[in-house]
Design a protein around this ligand. Structure first.
Ligand code: NAD
Length: 252
């Protein structure tokens, strides 16, 4: 077993997950990086860039066979997992009268079942030795936004899962917390903006909603995640940290 602490991050090929992976690597962790987008994963995290401390694995976080194989490859390579960051996510827009049952199932599978699956396979590796799990939820867990029914439900579910796991696995020395980002500049945000009739005025409205006067960056979220996974947070478990530039401070 390596002496180096090891993190497994889902969805690290882009956006917030990429920022999280960079933060852990800077701190000297080895990183197992699991993403469905094989090309982007290998472009960003292939051996030419990263060397021996990174293990990129392509797969679907909603498929248990892929998850099981990834966790066993991680243990085979590094012998330990100290932190798990359940970050992979998608947004399928629509009200309940617009979404199909298949869209609902995919939204919940990628955003929520994936966290269950990775936790299911990682908890036995952490039990006894201890570890930290950080789930990426959203301000959508607490506040509804128009036309986001399945996404909002998936992110609220992530909070329930976080609390349940913190309760059940505290005695195993495993801490479980959630980070709830507000608007963060990533490909996912760009994808949402591109669906709106007037992208520029929507962006102005979004900026106006942030008392800090800017949209967040992947690094803003990575710092919060790293803190929650670190020993500095050793008495923090079962909680949700909102990182949104005070956007939700007024109540929405
Ligand atoms: N960007 C925001 O404003 C924002 C706000 C709140 C919460 N979030 C949440 O943060 C997380 C990351 O979002 P982002 O903005 O970086 O998104 P992104 O689309 O920029 O990146 C998501 C990454 O997850 C990967 N992914 C998607 N489905 C996957 C699957 N089935 N299996 C494995 N990997 C998969 C993608 O390939 C991509 O690399 C998501 O859970 C999202 O809901 C984002």
């Amino acid at each position: 077993m390596t002496d180096t602490r090891t993190v497994l991050v889902t969805g690290p090929a882009k956006g917030i997950g990429r920022g999280i992976a960079e933060r852990f690597l800077e701190a000297g962790y080895a990183a197992v990086l699991f993403d469905i987008d094989r090309d982007e994963l290998l472009r960003v995290w292939g051996p030419s860039r990263t060397g021996g401390s990174v293990l990129p694995i392509a797969g679907d976080a909603a498929e248990e066979d892929d998850v099981r194989a990834a966790v066993s490859q991680a243990i085979e390579r590094f012998g330990r997992l100290d932190a798990l960051v359940n970050n992979a996510g998608i947004e399928i827009a629509g009200r309940v009268d617009q979404l199909t049952a298949a869209q609902w199932d995919r939204q919940i599978a990628v955003n929520l079942k994936s966290a269950f699956l990775f936790s299911r396979h990682v908890v036995p590796c952490m039990r006894g030795r201890g570890g930290a799990i950080v789930n990426i939820s959203s301000v959508h867990a607490f506040y509804a936004y128009p036309g986001c029914a399945a996404y909002d439900a998936s992110k609220a579910g992530m909070i329930g899962l976080t609390r349940a796991m913190a309760l059940d696995h505290g005695p195993d020395g495993i801490r479980v917390n959630a980070v709830c980002p507000g608007y963060i500049r990533t490909p996912l945000l760009e994808q949402w903006l591109s669906t709106l009739p007037d992208r520029e005025s929507a962006l102005r409205e979004v900026l106006k909603a942030h008392p800090l006067g800017r949209i967040g960056t992947p690094r803003d979220i990575a710092e919060a995640v790293f803190f929650l996974a670190s020993d500095a947070a050793s008495f923090i478990s079962g909680t949700c940290l909102i990182v949104d530039g005070a956007m939700t401070a007024p109540g929405h």
